[in-house]
Design a protein around this ligand. Structure first.
Ligand code: URA
Length: 243
């Protein structure tokens, strides 16, 4: 059983808030009867209609997107800045990003209209690995990287263990490029982790999400996930393993 507004939103009819409005306005019927109660729960066998139009689940779609820097991980922006869904004008479904990348971060972002799938992947319990490459304004010493790997205290608590690898060091320019793999998804986590050891992240890119990479894509390009990839992501989130 699902809440009525959720069923309408997930079917791609409207946002959750708009769906609530439609219910309050008496435009929604369940099995032919107008329902104005927001908490009403319905099952798959109930016939839901909005202004007489049957609510059927929209086809689920799944995309892998190479987000450029300077784009917001959202479906709209009140300041009219570029958002990730601007790159998907041909998609009829109401897709949204799975998790977020900062405005200044580039890299791999998934988008879908499948709310359940998105919840599964973003739930901290399910521990999907995400790999970032960060360019720093200095060269961290090995013990500092070890601190990051074992977990470092941030204002919202200690981070979980991470994999950290030095990719390159430019002594002349006094900067380093570090690869870091985390499975948490806290706000600005990678930037804050490097700040905690005294460095600023000048450039950040997400190169990998679970087993997915940006291979074959340039910034601003996208591709559909295959059915097999979607299945593998589900399995990975649910069991921590690939089958
Ligand atoms: N960590 C960050 O600091 N920024 C991102 O966009 C993603 C992870």
């Amino acid at each position: 059983m699902e809440r009525l507004q959720k069923v309408i939103a997930q079917a791609g009819f409207a946002s959750r808030r708009k769906a609530e409005q439609l219910i309050i306005e008496g435009k929604v019927t369940v099995n032919g009867k107008v329902v104005k109660e927001l908490g009403t729960k319905v099952s798959a066998s109930d016939k839901v209609e909005v202004s007489g139009v049957p609510v059927e689940g929209q086809e689920k779609v799944y995309f892998l997107f190479y987000k450029p820097r300077g784009v917001i991980s959202a479906v709209s922006d009140d300041k009219n800045r570029k958002v990730v869904t601007d790159y998907f004008p041909f998609v009829e479904q109401r897709i949204f990003p799975v998790g977020r990348l900062d405005y200044d971060t580039s890299g791999l972002l998934l988008l879908t209209n499948d709310g359940e799938f998105a919840n599964l992947l973003t739930h901290p319990r399910y521990e999907i690995d995400k790999t970032y490459v960060a360019r720093l304004n200095g060269i961290p010493q090995r013990y500092m990287l070890k601190q990051l790997a074992s977990g470092i205290k941030l204002e919202d608590g200690k981070t979980a263990p991470a994999k950290v690898k030095e990719i390159s060091v430019d002594k002349k320019k006094q900067r380093a490029t570090i690869e870091i793999t985390i499975h948490e998804g806290r706000n600005r986590q990678v930037r804050r982790m490097f700040e905690a050891i005294g460095f600023e992240v000048q450039k950040l890119k997400r190169e990998r999400y679970a087993f997915l990479t940006l291979k074959g894509l340039n910034a601003g390009e996208l591709r559909e996930l295959t059915a097999h990839e979607v299945k593998q992501l589900r399995t990975l989130a649910e069991t921590g393993m690939l089958r």
